[in-house]
Design a protein around this ligand. Structure first.
Ligand code: ADP
Ligand code: MG
Length: 430
């Protein structure tokens, strides 16, 4: 992703058709071009990302087998590192307290989860790179901060690791009144707080820009000398279009050696473009119309709730997508997750009154996210950390994921040693 972020030509060619019809991506790209034209005040770029995966169950020699498949990579506002680290600590504690056996003889372990510490360390890496004493981190937050507890844990953890670093948390919609540039494009808040790092936890969805000054604020931040997490080019590199393009070894090998590309593509799903401007796109479109049972149609959006699944795809393509708009979408192979035996505790569950829950497990499917943080000088990667994970589990049959949206809960990971003839039926119902 860092290589993509640093490759203006590749971003431009890849997003070309999308830019014609998707105002949001097009606005982001215009910001990117305008800061390049003006001359970059800050060449270092940072990103805290999360790569999401699901287990795919498939048949091999008539035997059911499991493999891991990538769902997407989030390049902006990757959330929940605090809750997932805390959940793992809680699960570990409860397992000890109630002496819950996990099958150690089969090599099962609950790995330690460093997600929150890693996110904090990623921010500190970028802060230190800026190198100005007494500067601040600016956390750009949403209007109604449903993520405040995640933010506060990050603040707390940064401050524990580095008491000298201060974080100011300001809503995107309030920045217009308090942010300005200094003589050397330093970013100042309240005229006297110099910002070393802008950490975007907002600004990923078109609806985030529905107040008058939104784009001028984004441009102001991007023009500034502060390091951005993510920088605008990193933000663009998270476009789902790249997942479809990197499906081709030709594209993937632009950025990786053939052997690394081969390893990486083992976790990729199949993708199809459906854009009207190319023969491949036309082929993909026909597949979407006639054979979409095991496919997902994804628009160029972040944040859940926009995907179209299976048999809903053909009517949607027929009725709601014009020829030009087709370039905004990609088709993806459906990941066939096995059903796990587990319990999902939702906000309206009254567990203490319902003992039957103990004996009736839910059938869940899970998504695993692996956090990463990257710092680059715009050419080479200087820091590349991977640590910590998020497991989100939702009821089988629910298409959309998402904890904040109310569909999923946070869980922990159990690793099993496949070489020890593990009995997966202990964990899965099919
Ligand atoms: P975003 O989070 O940006 O909306 P995702 O690609 O993560 O987009 O899709 C949202 C949810 O839809 C995922 O969390 C997952 O539960 C489900 N999903 C996405 N792609 C697939 C797929 N190929 N197979 C099965 N489920 C999927
Ligand atoms: Mg997602």
């Amino acid at each position: 992703m860092c290589e993509i972020a640093n490759d203006y030509d590749y971003i431009k060619t890849s997003l070309n058709e999308i830019l014609k019809v998707d105002d949001f991506t097009s606005n982001l790209f215009k910001v990117y071009e305008s800061i390049l034209k003006e001359g970059l005040a800050q060449k270092n770029i940072a990103c805290i990302n999360r790569s999401d995966y699901m287990i795919d169950s498939y048949l091999e020699d008539n035997k059911s087998s499991f493999r891991i498949r990538q769902v997407e990579i989030n390049a902006i506002a990757s959330s929940m590192s605090a809750h997932s680290q805390n959940t793992q600590l809680m699960h570990n504690y409860l397992m000890t307290k109630y002496r819950v056996p996990i099958d150690k003889s089969k090599g099962a372990t609950i790995p330690k989860n460093d997600a929150l510490n890693m996110v904090a360390q990623g921010l500190i890496d970028a802060y230190d790179k800026y190198g100005v004493l007494d500067s601040y981190i600016l956390l750009v937050s949403e209007e109604r901060s449903s993520n405040f507890s995640d933010f506060l844990y990050i603040e707390l953890t940064v401050s524990k690791m580095r008491p000298d670093i201060r974080i100011v948390r300001i809503r995107f919609c309030d920045l217009h009144d308090v942010a300005q540039l200094g003589p050397n494009k330093e970013l100042f808040i309240d005229k006297n707080k110099e910002i070393a790092l802008v950490y975007f936890r907002y600004g990923y969805d078109p609806s985030n820009y529905n107040f008058g000054a939104a784009w001028s604020v984004r441009i102001l931040l991007e023009r500034s000398k502060a390091i951005k997490c993510p920088s605008i080019n990193f933000h663009l590199s998270g476009a789902k279009k790249f997942q479809q393009l990197l499906n081709s070894s030709l594209d993937l090998e632009k950025f990786l050696s053939a052997s690394d590309a081969k390893k990486l593509s083992q976790v990729f799903c199949k993708f199809w473009s459906i854009e009207a401007s190319s023969p491949e796109g036309e082929k993909g479109f026909q597949i979407g119309l006639s054979n979409a049972k095991n496919l997902v149609l994804k628009p160029q959006r972040e944040g859940g709730g926009h995907n179209i699944f299976g048999n809903d795809i053909a009517p949607f393509l027929n009725q709601q997508v014009s020829q030009e708009e087709r370039s905004q979408y990609i088709l993806m192979e459906l990941i066939n997750s096995p059903k796990e035996k587990n319990w999902l505790l939702l906000h309206d569950d009254n567990v203490s009154d319902d003992k039957s829950r103990l004996y009736n497990y839910d059938e869940l499917v899970s998504e695993l996210g692996i956090y990463g943080s990257v710092l680059s000088d715009g050419r080479l990667i200087e820091r590349n950390r991977a640590a910590g994970y998020l497991v989100r589990s939702k009821k089988f049959g629910t298409n959309e994921g998402g904890v904040a949206t109310g569909y999923a809960g946070i869980s922990s990971l159990v690793l099993l040693d496949q070489s020890r003839d593990t009995d997966f039926s202990l964990y899965f119902t099919d």
